[in-house]
Design a protein around this ligand. Sequence first.
Ligand code: LLP
Length: 405
Amino acid sequence: MSQSLSNEQLIDIANEFGTPVYVYHAEKITEQFQKLQEAFKASNARFFYASKALTNINILKHIRSIGCDVDCSSINEVKMAVHAGFERQNILYTSNGIAFSEIEEAVALGVNINIDSLSNLEKFGKKYGHSYPVGIRLRPNIMAGGNLKISTGHEKSKFGIPVDQLEKILELVEQHNLFICGLHVHTGSEIKDVSVFMKVAEIFFDLVPHFPELAYLDLGGGFKVPYKEEEEGTNVPLLGEEVAKFMQKVKETYPHDFEVWFEPGKFIVSECCYFITQVNVIKQSGSTTFAGVNSGFNHLIRPMFYESYHRIINISNPDAPKHTYTVTGNICETDTFAADRQIAEIHEGDLLAFYNAGAYGYEMGSNYNSRFKPAQVLVIKEKPHLIGRRDVWEDLLRNQVEISL
Ligand code: LLP
């Protein structure tokens, strides 16, 4: 994993914009997108950035500017995508457990839609019949992904219509003359094993003949990116080769040329971002040395929620001898970012950079403990731009309604 912004750049940004601050790097996002384009160039592939990972409007605009499409998980994300200038046909709304009224709104906006329940499919059929093409979100009954919380394809998962309910799907399709234009599966996040994607592809292969109007096969997102230094992510070039072979097989078997769609979130934005915090206190307790930073799980919840690993570098003192630290935050409950981690000697006031903070970092943040959400800075061609200001006092009261008591 190479560092795309230097420690000096990060320190300058921290000095200029204060901490805690999320620092994104536009060119790294572009680089990741180009890796995908390169890997899948032999297939008729489209990439829809899973915007749930990071919805800052400037990030969305950058993603649009490099030719990537966008996947949304709520009607508000769809509206954000429209606001960022994406064309309707380049927006995908992959729904899950939503009220039918949101699907109606998505239809009114003219975006692509994947429906994930028989119930909504039936409502859709009754209202739109054959007039609006729609994709079906399936559950493949495959267990995969970095941890249970981010595994979405297994037999106990709420996501998608179980593939074993094919007959019911076909009944609805026939009854309402539905125009099924796509099949979708998102099996989970952080799937390293290429064969998982190919298992899903094989499920699609058998389903294709049932849906004569199909135009795309959507393999979802979930490519693993390296979080630890020695770790490897999904072998995307290999996946590209396997998918190309598969699509060739599909083409030879059926009189059809399908598009293959992907919805990567982490792959596109995880590595483009460093979350910079400052050390408030060093506390010695028995054999543990705590480094307490000016943040907590209110700003980066992944370590506490998923036990996720984020590399932490002392950018103020990177070459000092390493010691063992437990890095914690400043909120009122346990908010351990890293336990017993080897980090270059830390002094109070030092700046710590958390790697891989782009995906589901700021986006899952909150104002817990009435702390301000951090600032966000985007570096484009070496120049830092403020793209999200740090909260101010008024933000904490913005939605509160003070009644006379
Ligand atoms: N498509 C669908 C339908 C999804 O539900 C997701 C993620 C993606 C694509 C993108 O997955 P990705 O490429 O980013 O792995 N908050 C968790 C991850 C939750 C993912 C939810 N769905 C985390 O921080 O690890």
